[in-house]
Design a protein around this ligand. Sequence first.
Ligand code: TPP
Ligand code: MG
Length: 292
Amino acid sequence: MSTAALNKVQMPFKDYKSEVPVVWCPGCGHHGILNGLYRALADAGVDPTCLVNVSGIGCSSRTPYFVKSYKMHTLHGRAGAVATGVQLARPDLAVVVTGGDGDGFSIGGGHMPHMARKNVNLTYILYDNGIYGLTKGQYSPTSRPELKAYTTPYGGPDEPMNPCLYMLTYGATFVAQAFAGKPKICADLIKQALEHKGFSYVNIFSQCPSFNKIDTIEFYRDLVEEIPAGHDVTDIGAAMALARRPNGKAPMGLLYKEEGKPTLDEKMAGLVQKLGGHPDYDMKKVINLFRP
Ligand SMILES: Cc1ncc(C[n+]2csc(CCOP(=O)(O)OP(=O)(O)O)c2C)c(N)n1
Ligand SMILES: [Mg+2]
């Protein structure tokens, strides 16, 4: 999403913490991502009164409780759909979705390609721990076959999906990847995502020491490799080639950025104008009908 037009504030990153205590397990990677998010919000100067943090259900989906913002803790897998509605109704606000691999790619998998192809002007931060953490350890779409979890006591039959490649395929205009053990890199990429106009997706690996015993912090540290300086972020072919992990390493950094593509709210505003602002097509008027 683009924060350019928003009211800017200068607040230390600690002031983006809400009063709600963070309840995640000690050693969970989600702490690192949350710290990255606080720093990114501070560095981008986001006014908390212009920020809406939307989530579904999961440990990661508790993030909005911990961030000073307006917030919606919605249904499992439906954060993207709700956030799209929020963004269309209030294009003057910054919309950030925070959620997990289960929430985004299992039950919510039907929404992900559409946010990307429609270029919804929001930022999606996916906490990728390769497991359903909140429900105490079931196999997810990003789990490796070696993972022995409650639902796969002998390991899983499937290859894990590749979130960045998926998002690039469906036309996301900003795709980045990071690792929770590197909160400064997380902060830098989230800040860039916040400032991007259009759908920005940040995939962040996050160790779950309680339930995913194979994707440890050491495993992720070894898996990720910083994207070489010469990478052209406007080259979709190069981005896809990196995302495919040709040398077995997961790229860390900004893979792809496309500027100037119209966002869904812009296209809808254009349609309203074309229709002469007919009330049936005027989002704000339609929404006002449902306001008490
Ligand atoms: C409709 C529905 N189905 C299933 C659940 C149970 N459930 C809650 S969270 C969750 C998965 C969470 O995993 P993920 O999104 O990866 O988040 P994490 O806890 O790992 O951060 C599931 C299956 C639910 N709450 N609602
Ligand atoms: Mg998960």
